[in-house]
Design a protein around this ligand. Structure first.
Ligand code: IMP
Ligand code: MG
Length: 194
């Protein structure tokens, strides 16, 4: 069909309020992150890096980031689910699919789509950290400013955003809008209950 229909902001779906980061802004930030990560791991002579993408949200970010790294790397995925709906903080995280790659002795980077309460990252950090990696760092495309966020260090952050529900570039609202090429804010009346 027409490529323009996906990229042009005037064609925003009705539930979307505004675009926070355009396709171009995302692309240049991902390149910067990839450059920073490559330089850091070249400096420590890490050899190969193991990127662990958190499904489903991180699949697009991970694909873009990995293809711009200049250090040798491998890719694996893990799938988690939080109990509770949407932005509600339940604190309970469930493992849906484990890694295929062994972690022991590897230089690991956890790659997240977004850190909200931080519970998912805290859970992963404990789980993967417990498998004796040579090193462990965390990378998230977005970090939301919320009260009471779990205090897990995050070495690589794409963008800091306010406490709103965002979609696109891998992020969904009830499984919709994941493949929008930009990051957009959902209208508050869509995700906030009465
Ligand atoms: P946390 O455990 O509260 O940090 O939440 C992490 C997960 O919640 C992310 O991996 C997302 O799947 C989801 N999430 C949190 N905020 C948003 C958002 O604004 N849009 C889409 N997904 C979100
Ligand atoms: Mg997610």
């Amino acid at each position: 069909m027409n490529d323009q229909q996906v990229a042009v902001p005037e064609k925003l779906p009705a539930e979307i309020l505004r675009v926070l980061f355009s396709e171009e802004a995302i692309s240049s930030r991902v390149s910067e992150l990839a450059g920073q990560i490559s330089a850091d791991y070249e400096a420590i002579g890490a050899g190969s890096v193991l990127l662990i993408g958190v499904l489903k949200g991180a699949f697009i970010f991970l694909a873009d980031l990995a293809r711009r790294l200049t250090v040798p790397h491998r890719v694996d995925f893990i799938a988690l689910s939080s109990y509770g709906q949407m932005g509600a903080v339940s604190g309970a995280v469930r493992l849906l699919m484990d890694l295929r790659e062994p972690v022991a002795g590897r230089h690991v980077i956890i790659v997240e789509d977004i850190v909200d309460s931080g519970q998912t990252l805290a859970y992963l950090d404990r789980m993967i950290g417990g498998r004796e990696p040579a090193s462990l760092r965390r990378c998230t495309f977005l970090r939301k400013h919320t009260d009471g966020q779990a205090t897990v260090p995050i070495e690589y952050v794409g963008f800091d955003i306010p406490d709103v529900w965002v979609v696109g570039y891998g992020l969904d609202y009830a499984e919709r809008y994941r493949t929008l090429p930009y990051i957009a804010e959902l209208r508050p009346d869509v995700y906030r209950e009465g």
